[in-house]
Design a binder for this molecule. Structure first.
Ligand code: DGL
Length: 295
């Protein structure tokens, strides 16, 4: 008897186009799968927003993708994975893969001495999601964290091998370089593009863990394990991909940056009016700037 198959697409989302690094890996590993991608270009960055806001955005986008009949969800955004996974899993019944647990697993496997570093956005680092996941897998492991907020705009500027990026990286990574790490989790969609620079600074003894690629690998395992892989297409047929963005990119460099993330030219994108996104209630009482609960 042949294994069961599911031709429905995989849903992937990110705060913008950085999640295309995970899609690139899905294309490589699962060439028969159709993908529906949503990049929230109207509302990025997520990396400096609150848990409540990021969770609401993630819920809205997931509902949008679920309406497109995806068979699973890949939360390619590390900031959204850090803040919203539990809430997403509580609201939706389809399988959901985030970047945190797969990357933590790969880092633990690469770090027999338990010396693991994590770089990410302020949201990701502040959430404590990576140390939590590492501790669950390897209770004795030590996790060193560093938020690197300037990396995202530098990558979006295309300054992958630029003296300014090198200077910023030297500053951000100084303490991690001194910590004799065995592995460093690149806990943000954008960082794989500067992995050569980060790898050079960290040295050959430090294994770099690409969180998006690990999520893609976990997606392969999940689909294969549940009999949800797409069937091999008939001759002349093939996967169908749809790319949605919540704002039209204005920058002329957008196509070039998107291509550097995806590893191939970005196909036609559809811009979704934000009012097409289902609105979710804030999951918690909001607070004023002074920290007092709203009246
Ligand atoms: N996609 C985000 C992440 O992986 C980076 C960009 C942002 O801050 O929205 O955390």
């Amino acid at each position: 008897m042949s294994a069961p198959h599911d031709p429905r697409p995989i849903g992937v989302f990110d705060s913008g186009i950085g999640g295309l690094t995970a899609v690139r890996e899905l294309f490589r590993r699962l060439p028969h799968e159709s993908i529906v991608y949503f990049g929230d270009t109207a509302r990025l960055p997520y990396g400096n927003k609150s848990r409540e806001t990021v969770t609401r955005f993630a819920l809205e986008i997931s509902a949008f993708l679920v309406r497109r009949d995806v068979k699973c969800l890949v939360v390619a955004c590390a900031s959204a994975s850090s803040h919203a996974l539990d809430e997403l899993r509580a609201r939706f019944t389809l399988p959901i893969v985030g970047v945190i647990e797969p990357a933590a697993r790969a880092a633990v496997a690469a770090s027999p001495g338990g010396r693991i570093g994590v770089v990410g956005t302020l949201a990701t680092v502040g959430s404590g999601a990576f140390p939590h996941a590492v501790q669950a897998l390897a209770p004795g492991a030590g996790v060193r964290l560093r938020a690197c907020p300037l990396f995202v705009p530098l990558v979006e500027e295309g300054w992958l091998d630029h003296p300014v990026t090198r200077l910023v990286a030297e500053e951000y990574l100084a303490e991690l370089r001194a910590a004799q790490l065995e592995s460093l989790i690149l806990g943000c969609t954008h960082y794989p593009l500067i992995a050569p620079l980060i790898g050079e600074l960290m040295g050959p003894g430090v294994t770099l863990v690409d969180s998006g690629a690990e999520a893609a690998r976990a997606t392969v395992d999940l689909l294969a394990g549940r009999g949800l892989l797409a069937p091999v297409p008939a001759p002349g047929d093939g996967p169908r991909h749809h790319f949605y963005l919540s704002d039209e990119p204005r920058r002329r460099s957008f196509a070039r940056v998107a291509e550097s993330f995806l590893g191939r030219p970005l196909p036609q994108v559809t811009v979704v009016d934000q009012t097409d996104l289902p609105w979710f209630e804030r999951p918690h009482v909001s607070t004023t700037r002074s920290g007092e609960p709203d009246a």
